[in-house]
Design a protein around this ligand. Structure first.
Ligand SMILES: Nc1ncnc2c1ncn2[C@@H]1O[C@H](COP(=O)(O)OP(=O)(O)OP(=O)(O)O)[C@@H](O)[C@H]1O
Length: 546
């Protein structure tokens, strides 16, 4: 894991992190002074020396109070930064997900993307604010306590020197397999989320085909595997901490034994023995802290790799490129060839012109490549060779957001979200009047059923529009495209779910709605074909005039 990459993520929070570090460093200082003061106190008491006990006791309480206050202040600072960082990382990652080309998601499991957004980001923020900030104070406590112990009694050098390599060896052995295990655990977690998400979306199919038991078993299999991996990882962490603390305790007892011999022989004052014991006790915390840091580094390494891998994916460029002022709307495919990744060619030197303001109907067998062809106008895919031109300009030279702004789409699968009918038609535009909204709904033959809904335009339609019929969903999608009033319309089987009367009514009213726009209409339905000025057929990757 590249330390620079991890630290870079902390840069925006440097002031807060530095404050937390400062609190921890002062706390470390206080922690290192306390045993010395306690030793002085004990020595004074045991030797019945006549010294002002009250100021020492008060000083000691003051130091402990300072330590407590710093812990609380540091804890709150860290907690606040961690939550801020979590929110910022999530927002950044989500924005980046949205900026990636649609094809990125065709080859990846959604659950894995969700896991980066949730679990991985949690791990990274926790590590940066918790573990990384604690490194310096932990090391300082460790080194400080050791140095002060050796100053008090140099004879302790050898048991301490022996304990260090034993500690390193145990930690290394214990955490050897953490990286592999946590990678497996995270992969299984992603698979379980993906499966649950997908199955809940296709639940009606699971019920219809009575596949509940099989799917539940598949999910249970993943969850049990996840459980097994989590238990193994958890056991490793749980067992390593106490084991390392045992090594520290053994060293402490050896110190006690060695030092008590020296106290009896008069070589070591009793007060210093007390300080030594308290320093030894102080050692156990950083020892186990460093050990768990080791383990968490292995876990975070994978999370950071996945996080960076998403951010390294090139985003779509929405800022550069030409922004056409006005367009007539001629679309030309110029010897366009394209193959989906890992598939044989779908489009083979397709040349086709859709004149401005005309309706072109595109037909062809299932899988012929019709959607693939029209998706190129939106630049969901770019041609492997050839060009797509709008008013004679290669669309790759156009500003992507401006290009998409010119196009209204009714995709084959309607993409509605959990909101009201109105929200779904307007879809974020703030220049839509009630009149244009209802006008678009009328053209899409959606006005009547919307009026009959319990709350009309304000009726909630459920996730992906589940509370509507297929045809109603399609009409909403059509109204959404029409309300945008775009010069170019791509209608991918827009009436596939319409009843014949609805389709006939749509065809009648659509003539006006489509007038003046460049329209590519993918359809197999004869009634809808009547809307077209020209019909072409896609077969074996090539255009055949009809
Ligand atoms: N994301 C993808 N990755 C790989 N292959 C794909 C992808 N999308 C489509 N295909 C393949 O490309 C071919 C063309 O698909 P496309 O969806 O363009 O056909 P279509 O003519 O629109 O079909 P339909 O009439 O069924 O809607 C098909 O063989 C399909 O399996």
């Amino acid at each position: 894991m590249k330390l620079r990459r991890v630290l870079r993520l902390g840069v925006p929070y440097r002031v807060g992190l530095a404050t937390a570090l400062l609190f921890q460093l002062i706390e470390t200082g206080a922690a290192l002074v306390i045993p010395w003061v306690a030793g002085q106190l004990a020595g004074g008491l045991l030797n019945r020396t006549d010294f002002g006990i009250a100021p020492v006791v008060l000083g000691l309480i003051g130091l402990i109070a300072l330590r407590t206050a710093l812990r609380i202040a540091g804890g709150i600072t860290i907690l606040t930064i961690a939550e801020r960082m979590l929110a910022d990382l999530r927002t950044r990652l989500y924005e980046h997900f949205q900026s990636l080309p649609v094809r990125y998601f065709h080859t990846r499991r959604p659950g894995d993307q969700m896991a980066v957004l949730t679990r991985d980001v949690d791990n990274i923020a926790g590590y940066l604010t918790g573990d990384m900030v604690a490194v310096l104070p932990t090391v300082l406590t460790l080194v400080g306590a050791l140095v002060l112990m050796l100053r008090l009694d140099p004879a302790l050098a050898w048991p301490l020197a022996l304990a260090v390599p034993v500690f390193v060896l145990v930690a290394k052995l214990a955490y050897r397999s953490v990286r592999g295990l946590s990678r497996d655990q995270r992969g299984t977690y992603g698979a379980a989320i993906s499966l649950a998400e997908e199955n809940l979306a296709i639940l009606p199919a699971i019920k219809t085909f009575s596949q509940e038991a099989r799917e539940a078993a598949r999910y249970a299999g993943l969850v049990h595997r996840l459980k097994g991996l989590s238990i193994r990882l958890g056991c490793m962490h749980v067992a390593t901490g106490p084991s390392l603390r045992f090594i520290a305790a053994a060293a402490v007892i050896t110190v006690l034994w060695l030092s008590s011999v020296r106290v009896q022989s008069g070589d070591l004052p009793v007060g210093e023995l007390v300080s030594l014991l308290l320093y030894a006790g102080l050692l156990t915390e950083p020892v186990s802290g460093l050990a768990s840091l080791w383990g968490r580094t292995e876990t975070v390494r994978g999370a950071l790799e996945r996080f960076e891998a998403v951010l390294d994916e090139p985003a779509e460029d929405l800022t550069s490129g030409l922004r056409p002022e006005t367009i007539t709307g001629e679309i030309r495919f110029d010897t366009v060839s394209f193959a989906h990744a890992g598939r044989k060619g779908t489009l083979d030197a397709v040349s086709l012109t859709v004149p401005a303001g005309r309706v072109l109907a595109l037909t062809g067998e299932n899988g012929a490549g019709k959607s693939t062809l029209v998706d190129m106008i939106l630049r969901f895919n770019d041609p492997d060779s050839g060009r797509v031109l709008l008013d004679g300009t290669d669309i790759q030279e156009l500003n992507l957001a401006a290009l998409r702004g010119l196009i209204g789409v009714v995709p084959q699968q309607t993409l509605l979200f959990d909101g009201t009918v109105r929200d779904n038609i307007v879809f974020g535009r703030n220049d839509v009047t009630e009149d244009s909204l209802m006008g678009a709904a009328r053209l899409a033959r959606a006005d009547q059923f919307i009026r009959e809904l319990p709350d009309g335009l304000d009726t909630m339609i459920g996730s992906r529009g589940v509370r509507l019929s297929g045809g109603q969903r399609q009409r909403i999608a059509l109204a959404r495209a029409l309300v945008k009033d775009p010069p170019i319309l791509i209608l991918d089987e827009p009436t596939a779910m319409f009843d014949p009367e609805g389709e006939a009514a749509f065809v009648n009213s659509a003539r006006d709605a489509l007038a003046g726009r460049t329209v590519i209409l993918i359809t197999h339905r004869p009634a809808s074909l009547a809307l077209a000025d020209q019909t072409v057929r896609l077969a074996e990757g090539r255009i055949v005039q009809v």
